[in-house]
Design a protein around this ligand. Structure first.
Ligand code: GAR
Length: 192
């Protein structure tokens, strides 16, 4: 593993676009005594992300960038470097990072996705799982590479789909598992 904890906790940035419930679960995890990480930055592409409020509550540095071009990515990379960030967790982050950005953080960017990858990359995962009459769906944490939702899988949790589930009820059940999965994935990669 490229990351090494030593005696120091890994400085982590969480990238969000919206609600931020996974961010909240990661903040809670980071506050546990034996947590291997601290959350030092919250970065969003959307100034209206509700999740930015967690930055205010927990006094975590937050920044909004438009992620529209290489110039803004350069600024983000500078900011991450300035804050000694060594791990990036994408949590409901709806932008695709450029290859150059990923190269700068090779093996140090994780993403959480609401399906059992490799099934249902991209959007509307719950609709797809229900439409295909799958018995199970779930969530995945994986390393980010240059292809969408295709990096090496770290861990997954399965959720049973019952016949009354709608995309909304399924999303809710899966989200509960996501909040457990992300901390477990981080613990796993840092102990490899
Ligand atoms: C989560 O379900 C996450 O898995 C999903 O967006 C939601 C964000 O919720 N991510 C993706 O779809 C990424 N492709 P949150 O803002 O409450 O964490």
């Amino acid at each position: 593993m490229v990351l090494s904890t030593g005696s120091n906790k890994i400085k982590t940035a969480v990238f969000i676009s919206g609600r931020g419930s996974n961010l909240n679960s990661l903040i809670k995890f980071s506050k546990l005594k034996n947590s291997p990480i601290t959350i030092d930055m919250i970065i969003s592409n959307n100034p209206k992300s509700k999740g930015l409020e967690y930055g205010k509550i927990h006094k975590i540095k937050k920044k909004v960038f438009d992620f529209k071009n290489t110039l803004s990515e350069k600024k983000i990379l500078k900011e991450l470097e300035k804050n000694n960030i060594n791990l990036i967790c994408l949590a409901g982050f709806m932008k695709i990072l450029s290859l150059n950005f990923i190269k700068n953080f090779k093996g140090k960017i994780l993403n959480i996705h609401p399906s059992l990858l490799p099934k249902y990359k991209g959007l509307n995962t719950h609709e797809k799982a229900i439409k295909n009459k799958d018995k199970y769906s779930g969530c995945t944490v994986h390393f980010v590479n240059s292809r969408l939702d295709s990096g090496k899988i770290i861990n997954q949790k399965k959720v049973k789909i019952n016949k009354f589930d709608t995309p909304k009820t399924l999303a809710k059940k899966i989200l509960i598992q996501e909040h457990k999965l992300y901390p477990e994935a981080i613990t796993k990669i840092l102990s490899l």
